[in-house]
Design a protein around this ligand. Structure first.
Ligand code: HXC
Length: 522
């Protein structure tokens, strides 16, 4: 066992306090100076250095520092756990210590994490897990697998009750990736963090495929390709600062309101640029992020999953100091179309916001769902339904600004009044219709076009019909006439209109019938 009990008892209080100090010093060393040097050589900080960067000075209250086990001679058993504050906000934390048996997880190590998970869930504190582990401790066999399963179970019980954040700061293999995958946000660090179920060696053996650690499960892979991770940082310090920033938008638990931060930005600020941001040609792209930066409180937008499915932007921001979740189509990427990945990305983000009382503000310019065999065979119906489900299910205030296209099924999905939108605004450049002019004319005027007498005459006639269709349908006023849109606004007024709307409806309450849980189309 880790602690040497000889000579710990006996003697007066002063001696006993001195012994306690010595024990603390011993336990703080982790795997010792050699292993610490090795960790630094790998451009990685130690578990305690990471905590020192994350937590407010002197705020850390450590739990279970003297826990140890038969398989691990070092007090603490390879993980540091406890509570502290981050910019004054109370949180729970665990930080795996790679210098102790590669941060591998055995029974005692798992028990420490479970204890923090339970206390955070009961006390309503966000939990941050810093993962740096070789996975299940081989020497403990199935006992360590049971430890992982205990952690997974608690991750799920805590889901939607407290925000759960995972930082991956080393190799995470096997069981070590499933706990992060069950949490709300996964942060990775370029070059030093990896996530995979089976490593490159096994892949070579089983499939005869050559792949590097980085390609298989590096930060870029999981931020861009798989969507497993939500953030990547260039080093550990940047990663920890990103976690701190994320915490500033979210409440401690599902019963609290999100934090209010007076940003000093004028709620009545109008922006001239918004009157010219939409190009005259409706097929020309523009950058939705420019609109976000003009409308939201200055510098408040914090993007989530910026590299995955960039045709849909999601992230946190502030409006008049209130935390909001932003969901926005990006016309610069695939014309802002909805596809499988963007639906998954949007649905998961919306469900997080809804669970934690964060209003959702949607900026819409979407030509519809992406057609094609690839998408259909991969199940775009099922995955698109997740986004639809998430919008329908969310009971937080939902505000919408339609800047341009709102076509077809995408109209319904993206925060329409019918799926529970509370405050639906549109710019005069909005085109709320079943489809664009080309597709509509081909269907509704086919006979006349076929009888036009040659390709040239057909093209000329098609152009005429398209212009007629645009005039008649590609505007927001049919939707405004039937109350599907609450107001068509001057784009320059977007910020003040959204802020007053948000303040008006922020105490919205919806009571749903009792049920065990819904059945989102997974
Ligand atoms: C016990 C382990 C360990 C493990 C590493 N160590 N992983 N000890 N159990 N799982 C020890 C090493 O023996 C070594 O001890 C020290 O940690 C540092 O490891 P190194 O290999 O020297 O470090 P590095 O070269 O950086 O490689 C890191 C690594 C590699 C990529 C993580 O150690 C590795 O492949 N480990 C095994 C990963 C794995 O397959 N885990 C089991 C996954 S299965 P010394 O004494 O030499 O310093 C799993 C099932 C759960 O997790 C399923 C639940 C669903």
């Amino acid at each position: 066992m880790g602690l040497d009990y000889r000579d710990l008892g006996g003697g007066g209080t002063e001696r006993r306090i001195q012994k306690l100090k010595e024990l603390h010093e011993q336990a703080s060393l982790g795997g010792g100076s050699k292993a610490i040097d090795k960790q630094h050589e790998r451009k990685k900080l130690t578990a305690r250095e990471r905590l020192a960067l994350l937590l407010d000075e002197d705020s850390f209250q450590e739990f279970d520092k003297f826990v140890s086990s038969n398989s691990c001679p070092t007090p603490g058993d390879g993980v540091i756990t406890g509570f502290g504050t981050v910019n004054g906000k109370r949180i729970g934390v665990f930080s795996q210590d790679f210098t102790v048996m590669g941060g591998s997880l055995g029974r005692a190590h798992a028990n420490k994490i479970c204890k923090i998970q339970e206390t955070c869930t009961r006390a309503g504190l966000p939990l941050i897990g810093i993962n740096d582990s070789g996975g299940a401790r081989i020497q403990e066999g199935v006992i360590s697998l049971g430890g992982y399963a205990d952690i997974f179970y608690r991750n799920v019980q805590a889901s939607g009750v407290i925000p759960q954040i995972s930082a991956i700061m080393g190799p995470c293999a096997g069981g070590a990736v499933y706990s992060p995958a069950l949490t709300d946000f996964v942060f990775m660090v370029r070059d030093t963090s990896f996530m995979f179920l089976t490593g490159p060696d096994v892949i070579k053996e089983v499939l005869n495929e050559e792949v590097t650690f980085e390609e298989l499960g590096g930060a870029l892979t999981h931020n861009q390709r798989s969507g497993v991770a939500h953030f990547q940082a260039k080093n550990e310090l940047e990663c920890i600062n990103d976690i701190k920033r994320l915490l500033s938008y979210v409440p401690g638990n599902n019963l609290e309101d999100p934090p209010f931060h007076d940003t000093g930005d004028d709620p009545g600020r109008r922006e001239e640029r918004l009157a010219t941001v939409i190009p005259n040609d409706p097929n020309k792209p523009y950058d939705m992020k420019e609109i976000l930066s003009l409308v939201l409180d200055r510098d408040s937008f914090f993007e989530v999953q910026s590299l995955f499915a960039p045709n849909l932007i999601v992230g946190f921001g502030r409006l008049g100091g209130h935390s909001i979740g932003v969901v926005a189509n990006q016309p610069r990427e695939l014309a802002g179309v909805l596809d499988i990945n963007s639906s998954l990305k949007g649905a998961r983000f919306i469900r997080f916001c809804d669970a934690f009382n964060i209003p959702i503000v949607t900026f819409q310019d979407v030509p519809g769902f992406l057609p094609g065999t690839n998408q259909e065979w991969m199940g775009v119906i099922k995955h698109g339904a997740k986004l639809l489900y998430a919008y329908c299910e969310a009971t937080v205030p939902k505000l919408l600004v339609t800047t341009r296209k709102s076509y077809g099924g995408a109209y319904c999905v993206m925060s329409s009044r019918q799926v529970g939108g509370d405050w639906n605004l549109a710019w005069p450049t909005a085109e709320v219709a079943v489809m664009g002019s080309k597709g509509a004319v081909k269907i509704t005027r086919r006979r006349e076009l076929n009888e036009a007498g040659g390709p040239e005459a057909m093209a000329k006639l098609a152009k005429q019909f398209e212009d007629e269709y645009k005039g008649e349908y590609l505007h927001p006023y049919l939707a405004a006439e039937v109350g599907y849109l609450d107001e068509v606004i001057d784009p320059r007024d977007t910020r003040p209109r959204l802020i007053s709307g948000l303040e008006m409806i922020k105490n919205k309450v919806i009571n749903r019938p009792r049920r065990k849980h819904g059945n989102i189309p997974l």
